[in-house]
Design a protein around this ligand. Structure first.
Ligand code: 13P
Ligand code: SF4
Length: 299
Protein backbone atom coordinates (compact mmCIF):
# COMPACT_ATOMS: atom_id res chain seq x y z
CA UNK A 1 0.00 0.00 0.00
CA UNK A 2 2.81 2.39 0.86
CA UNK A 3 4.40 1.82 -2.58
CA UNK A 4 1.09 2.42 -4.36
CA UNK A 5 0.49 5.60 -2.36
CA UNK A 6 3.96 6.90 -3.26
CA UNK A 7 3.38 6.16 -6.93
CA UNK A 8 -0.06 7.81 -7.04
CA UNK A 9 1.21 10.86 -5.17
CA UNK A 10 3.86 11.38 -7.84
CA UNK A 11 1.51 10.76 -10.78
CA UNK A 12 -1.11 13.18 -9.46
CA UNK A 13 1.19 15.82 -7.92
CA UNK A 14 -0.44 15.27 -4.54
CA UNK A 15 0.89 16.11 -1.10
CA UNK A 16 -0.08 14.26 2.09
CA UNK A 17 -0.44 16.26 5.31
CA UNK A 18 -0.97 14.43 8.60
CA UNK A 19 -1.63 15.59 12.15
CA UNK A 20 0.42 14.09 15.00
CA UNK A 21 -2.73 12.23 16.12
CA UNK A 22 -3.08 10.33 12.81
CA UNK A 23 -2.23 6.58 12.84
CA UNK A 24 1.50 5.78 12.83
CA UNK A 25 1.46 4.16 9.34
CA UNK A 26 -0.01 7.37 7.94
CA UNK A 27 2.50 9.60 9.72
CA UNK A 28 5.20 7.37 8.17
CA UNK A 29 4.10 8.05 4.58
CA UNK A 30 3.04 11.70 4.97
CA UNK A 31 5.05 14.47 3.34
CA UNK A 32 4.40 16.77 6.29
CA UNK A 33 3.42 15.86 9.85
CA UNK A 34 2.67 18.56 12.38
CA UNK A 35 0.33 20.43 14.69
CA UNK A 36 -2.69 22.38 13.44
CA UNK A 37 -0.78 25.62 12.98
CA UNK A 38 2.11 24.10 11.04
CA UNK A 39 -0.27 22.18 8.78
CA UNK A 40 -2.33 25.31 8.05
CA UNK A 41 0.86 27.13 7.03
CA UNK A 42 2.00 24.22 4.85
CA UNK A 43 -1.43 24.00 3.20
CA UNK A 44 -1.21 27.70 2.36
CA UNK A 45 2.29 27.38 0.83
CA UNK A 46 1.80 24.13 -1.08
CA UNK A 47 2.15 24.04 -4.86
CA UNK A 48 0.66 20.54 -5.21
CA UNK A 49 -2.52 20.07 -7.27
CA UNK A 50 -4.08 17.82 -4.64
CA UNK A 51 -3.85 18.09 -0.85
CA UNK A 52 -4.72 14.90 1.05
CA UNK A 53 -5.42 16.02 4.62
CA UNK A 54 -5.16 13.26 7.23
CA UNK A 55 -6.78 14.99 10.16
CA UNK A 56 -10.31 15.97 11.16
CA UNK A 57 -12.81 17.91 9.06
CA UNK A 58 -12.02 21.45 10.27
CA UNK A 59 -8.41 20.90 9.16
CA UNK A 60 -9.37 19.85 5.62
CA UNK A 61 -11.87 22.70 5.55
CA UNK A 62 -9.22 25.25 6.59
CA UNK A 63 -6.89 23.92 3.86
CA UNK A 64 -9.68 24.42 1.30
CA UNK A 65 -10.46 27.93 2.57
CA UNK A 66 -6.78 28.84 2.15
CA UNK A 67 -6.55 27.08 -1.28
CA UNK A 68 -9.86 27.44 -3.12
CA UNK A 69 -8.34 26.37 -6.44
CA UNK A 70 -6.84 23.15 -5.15
CA UNK A 71 -8.49 19.80 -4.72
CA UNK A 72 -8.54 19.04 -0.99
CA UNK A 73 -9.28 15.40 -0.21
CA UNK A 74 -9.73 13.64 3.11
CA UNK A 75 -9.36 9.87 3.62
CA UNK A 76 -12.61 9.92 5.62
CA UNK A 77 -14.97 12.90 5.44
CA UNK A 78 -16.73 11.76 8.62
CA UNK A 79 -13.58 12.33 10.72
CA UNK A 80 -14.86 15.27 12.74
CA UNK A 81 -13.84 17.16 15.88
CA UNK A 82 -16.90 17.31 18.19
CA UNK A 83 -15.61 20.48 19.83
CA UNK A 84 -15.69 22.29 16.47
CA UNK A 85 -19.50 22.56 16.79
CA UNK A 86 -19.77 23.52 20.48
CA UNK A 87 -20.99 27.11 20.21
CA UNK A 88 -24.71 27.74 20.77
CA UNK A 89 -26.67 29.56 18.03
CA UNK A 90 -26.95 33.31 18.54
CA UNK A 91 -24.39 33.57 21.35
CA UNK A 92 -21.81 35.40 19.20
CA UNK A 93 -24.40 38.04 18.20
CA UNK A 94 -25.41 38.45 21.86
CA UNK A 95 -21.80 39.04 22.87
CA UNK A 96 -21.28 41.56 20.06
CA UNK A 97 -24.32 43.51 21.33
CA UNK A 98 -22.98 43.45 24.89
CA UNK A 99 -19.43 44.68 24.11
CA UNK A 100 -18.94 47.28 21.38
CA UNK A 101 -15.21 46.57 20.96
CA UNK A 102 -15.54 42.76 21.08
CA UNK A 103 -13.04 40.53 19.26
CA UNK A 104 -14.33 37.01 18.64
CA UNK A 105 -11.28 34.76 18.89
CA UNK A 106 -11.90 31.38 17.33
CA UNK A 107 -9.78 28.33 18.05
CA UNK A 108 -9.06 26.74 14.66
CA UNK A 109 -10.87 23.60 15.97
CA UNK A 110 -14.18 25.06 14.76
CA UNK A 111 -16.52 24.88 11.77
CA UNK A 112 -16.13 27.24 8.80
CA UNK A 113 -19.47 28.85 9.83
CA UNK A 114 -18.00 29.76 13.22
CA UNK A 115 -14.82 31.12 11.64
CA UNK A 116 -17.03 33.17 9.30
CA UNK A 117 -18.51 34.90 12.38
CA UNK A 118 -15.12 35.49 14.04
CA UNK A 119 -12.43 38.18 13.93
CA UNK A 120 -9.33 36.04 14.25
CA UNK A 121 -8.41 32.36 14.46
CA UNK A 122 -5.82 30.91 16.81
CA UNK A 123 -4.29 27.51 17.44
CA UNK A 124 -2.97 26.14 20.71
CA UNK A 125 0.56 27.19 19.69
CA UNK A 126 -0.19 30.88 19.08
CA UNK A 127 -3.37 31.75 21.07
CA UNK A 128 -1.61 33.67 23.88
CA UNK A 129 0.56 35.67 21.47
CA UNK A 130 -2.39 36.61 19.25
CA UNK A 131 -4.80 37.55 22.05
CA UNK A 132 -2.06 39.74 23.59
CA UNK A 133 -1.48 41.45 20.22
CA UNK A 134 -5.15 42.37 19.68
CA UNK A 135 -6.10 46.00 20.45
CA UNK A 136 -9.49 44.91 21.86
CA UNK A 137 -10.07 44.82 25.62
CA UNK A 138 -13.07 42.49 25.42
CA UNK A 139 -12.58 39.04 23.93
CA UNK A 140 -15.06 36.21 23.34
CA UNK A 141 -13.05 32.99 23.12
CA UNK A 142 -14.74 30.10 21.26
CA UNK A 143 -15.25 27.11 21.37
CA UNK A 144 -12.78 25.62 23.95
CA UNK A 145 -13.24 26.62 27.61
CA UNK A 146 -9.93 25.01 28.60
CA UNK A 147 -7.72 26.76 26.05
CA UNK A 148 -9.77 29.92 26.75
CA UNK A 149 -9.07 29.72 30.49
CA UNK A 150 -5.38 29.02 29.85
CA UNK A 151 -5.16 32.12 27.62
CA UNK A 152 -7.12 34.26 30.13
CA UNK A 153 -4.59 33.34 32.85
CA UNK A 154 -1.68 34.46 30.63
CA UNK A 155 -3.40 37.69 29.54
CA UNK A 156 -4.97 39.06 32.76
CA UNK A 157 -5.16 42.60 31.37
CA UNK A 158 -8.09 41.61 29.08
CA UNK A 159 -11.69 40.69 29.79
CA UNK A 160 -11.91 37.23 28.24
CA UNK A 161 -15.39 35.71 28.14
CA UNK A 162 -15.11 31.96 27.61
CA UNK A 163 -17.50 29.75 25.67
CA UNK A 164 -18.45 26.43 27.26
CA UNK A 165 -17.09 23.86 24.76
CA UNK A 166 -14.35 21.29 25.26
CA UNK A 167 -12.49 18.38 23.69
CA UNK A 168 -14.10 15.19 24.99
CA UNK A 169 -10.79 13.33 24.70
CA UNK A 170 -8.69 15.77 26.74
CA UNK A 171 -11.54 16.46 29.18
CA UNK A 172 -11.58 12.75 30.09
CA UNK A 173 -8.05 12.93 31.53
CA UNK A 174 -8.48 13.31 35.32
CA UNK A 175 -6.17 14.50 38.09
CA UNK A 176 -6.60 11.07 39.67
CA UNK A 177 -5.29 9.30 36.55
CA UNK A 178 -2.37 11.71 36.36
CA UNK A 179 -1.50 11.34 40.06
CA UNK A 180 -1.53 7.55 39.65
CA UNK A 181 0.92 7.88 36.76
CA UNK A 182 3.09 10.30 38.78
CA UNK A 183 3.27 7.74 41.62
CA UNK A 184 4.41 5.09 39.10
CA UNK A 185 7.04 7.43 37.61
CA UNK A 186 8.02 9.95 40.29
CA UNK A 187 10.89 11.47 38.25
CA UNK A 188 8.81 12.11 35.12
CA UNK A 189 7.91 15.64 34.02
CA UNK A 190 4.26 16.22 33.12
CA UNK A 191 3.70 17.83 29.69
CA UNK A 192 0.08 18.71 28.90
CA UNK A 193 -2.01 20.12 26.06
CA UNK A 194 -3.98 23.26 27.04
CA UNK A 195 -7.22 21.45 26.08
CA UNK A 196 -6.91 19.54 29.39
CA UNK A 197 -9.03 20.50 32.41
CA UNK A 198 -7.66 22.95 35.02
CA UNK A 199 -7.06 20.17 37.59
CA UNK A 200 -4.67 18.46 35.13
CA UNK A 201 -2.91 21.66 34.03
CA UNK A 202 -2.32 22.60 37.70
CA UNK A 203 -0.30 19.38 38.11
CA UNK A 204 1.72 19.94 34.91
CA UNK A 205 5.32 21.08 34.51
CA UNK A 206 4.77 22.38 30.98
CA UNK A 207 1.68 23.30 28.92
CA UNK A 208 1.77 23.56 25.12
CA UNK A 209 0.49 22.42 21.75
CA UNK A 210 1.47 19.01 20.38
CA UNK A 211 4.43 20.59 18.54
CA UNK A 212 5.45 22.50 21.69
CA UNK A 213 5.35 19.28 23.76
CA UNK A 214 7.55 17.55 21.16
CA UNK A 215 10.08 20.40 21.13
CA UNK A 216 10.11 20.67 24.94
CA UNK A 217 10.78 16.96 25.49
CA UNK A 218 13.62 17.02 22.98
CA UNK A 219 15.35 20.00 24.59
CA UNK A 220 14.76 18.86 28.18
CA UNK A 221 17.48 17.16 30.23
CA UNK A 222 14.82 14.94 31.80
CA UNK A 223 14.53 11.32 30.63
CA UNK A 224 10.94 10.51 31.55
CA UNK A 225 7.71 12.30 30.71
CA UNK A 226 4.01 11.84 31.35
CA UNK A 227 2.18 13.12 28.28
CA UNK A 228 -1.35 14.48 28.70
CA UNK A 229 -2.59 14.57 25.14
CA UNK A 230 -3.73 12.15 22.44
CA UNK A 231 -1.29 9.23 22.21
CA UNK A 232 -0.64 9.66 18.45
CA UNK A 233 2.19 12.05 19.45
CA UNK A 234 4.06 9.02 20.77
CA UNK A 235 5.38 8.14 17.31
CA UNK A 236 7.24 11.44 16.93
CA UNK A 237 8.30 11.52 20.60
CA UNK A 238 9.96 8.09 20.49
CA UNK A 239 11.44 8.66 17.01
CA UNK A 240 13.07 11.90 18.17
CA UNK A 241 14.12 10.56 21.59
CA UNK A 242 14.73 6.80 21.46
CA UNK A 243 16.59 6.94 24.80
CA UNK A 244 13.76 8.71 26.68
CA UNK A 245 10.57 7.22 28.16
CA UNK A 246 7.03 8.50 27.58
CA UNK A 247 4.00 7.53 29.65
CA UNK A 248 0.31 8.36 29.24
CA UNK A 249 -2.68 8.54 31.56
CA UNK A 250 -4.45 5.17 31.80
CA UNK A 251 -6.54 4.65 29.64
CA UNK A 252 -4.50 6.31 26.88
CA UNK A 253 -6.26 9.36 25.41
CA UNK A 254 -7.30 8.37 21.88
CA UNK A 255 -9.24 10.45 19.32
CA UNK A 256 -11.26 7.89 17.32
CA UNK A 257 -11.97 10.47 14.61
CA UNK A 258 -8.25 11.01 13.95
CA UNK A 259 -7.79 7.25 13.76
CA UNK A 260 -10.22 7.04 10.80
CA UNK A 261 -7.28 8.16 8.63
CA UNK A 262 -6.08 4.64 7.89
CA UNK A 263 -3.53 3.71 5.22
CA UNK A 264 -6.31 1.92 3.29
CA UNK A 265 -8.40 5.09 3.31
CA UNK A 266 -5.44 7.21 2.11
CA UNK A 267 -4.82 4.83 -0.80
CA UNK A 268 -8.50 4.68 -1.70
CA UNK A 269 -8.95 8.46 -1.76
CA UNK A 270 -5.84 8.89 -3.89
CA UNK A 271 -7.18 6.32 -6.34
CA UNK A 272 -10.76 7.57 -6.56
CA UNK A 273 -10.43 11.27 -5.60
CA UNK A 274 -13.96 10.95 -4.30
CA UNK A 275 -13.84 12.45 -0.79
CA UNK A 276 -13.41 16.10 -1.60
CA UNK A 277 -13.89 19.02 0.79
CA UNK A 278 -16.13 21.85 -0.46
CA UNK A 279 -16.88 25.13 1.29
CA UNK A 280 -19.69 27.40 0.11
CA UNK A 281 -18.23 30.58 -1.46
CA UNK A 282 -19.75 33.12 0.93
CA UNK A 283 -18.60 31.16 4.00
CA UNK A 284 -15.20 30.53 2.45
CA UNK A 285 -14.39 34.17 1.76
CA UNK A 286 -15.68 35.21 5.19
CA UNK A 287 -13.72 32.47 7.03
CA UNK A 288 -10.56 33.32 5.09
CA UNK A 289 -10.29 36.70 6.86
CA UNK A 290 -9.72 35.35 10.44
CA UNK A 291 -7.49 32.54 9.15
CA UNK A 292 -5.24 34.96 7.26
CA UNK A 293 -5.22 37.32 10.24
CA UNK A 294 -3.93 34.44 12.36
CA UNK A 295 -1.15 33.66 9.88
CA UNK A 296 -0.19 37.34 9.88
CA UNK A 297 -0.32 37.93 13.68
CA UNK A 298 1.51 34.67 14.47
CA UNK A 299 4.56 35.63 12.38
P1 13P B 1 -2.62 21.14 18.10
O1 13P B 1 -2.94 22.60 18.04
O2 13P B 1 -1.55 20.85 19.10
O3 13P B 1 -2.37 20.60 16.76
O4 13P B 1 -3.89 20.39 18.67
C1 13P B 1 -5.00 20.15 17.85
C2 13P B 1 -5.97 19.30 18.50
O5 13P B 1 -6.92 18.86 17.90
C3 13P B 1 -5.77 19.04 19.90
O6 13P B 1 -6.72 18.16 20.35
FE1 SF4 C 1 -11.02 17.44 18.39
FE2 SF4 C 1 -10.17 16.53 20.71
FE3 SF4 C 1 -9.90 15.00 18.55
FE4 SF4 C 1 -8.39 17.20 18.89
S1 SF4 C 1 -8.37 15.34 20.15
S2 SF4 C 1 -9.46 16.59 17.03
S3 SF4 C 1 -9.85 18.58 19.89
S4 SF4 C 1 -11.83 15.68 19.51
Amino acid sequence: MKKQIKQLKKEKNAVILAHYYAPVQVQEIADYVGDSFYLAKIAKQSDADIIVFCGVYFMGESAKILNPDKKVLMPDLTADCPMAHMVADGVIDEMRKKYADLAVVCYINSTAELKFQSDVCVTSSNAVKIVKALPNKNIFFIPDKNLGRFVAEQVPEKNIVINDGCCPIHAKITAEQLLREKRRHPDALVLSHPECEAEVLELSDYIGSTADIITYSKKSDANEFIICTEDGVDYKLITDNPEKRFYYPDPHPCCSDMKLNTLEAVLSVLQDEDKEVFVEDKIRTGALVPLEKMLELAK
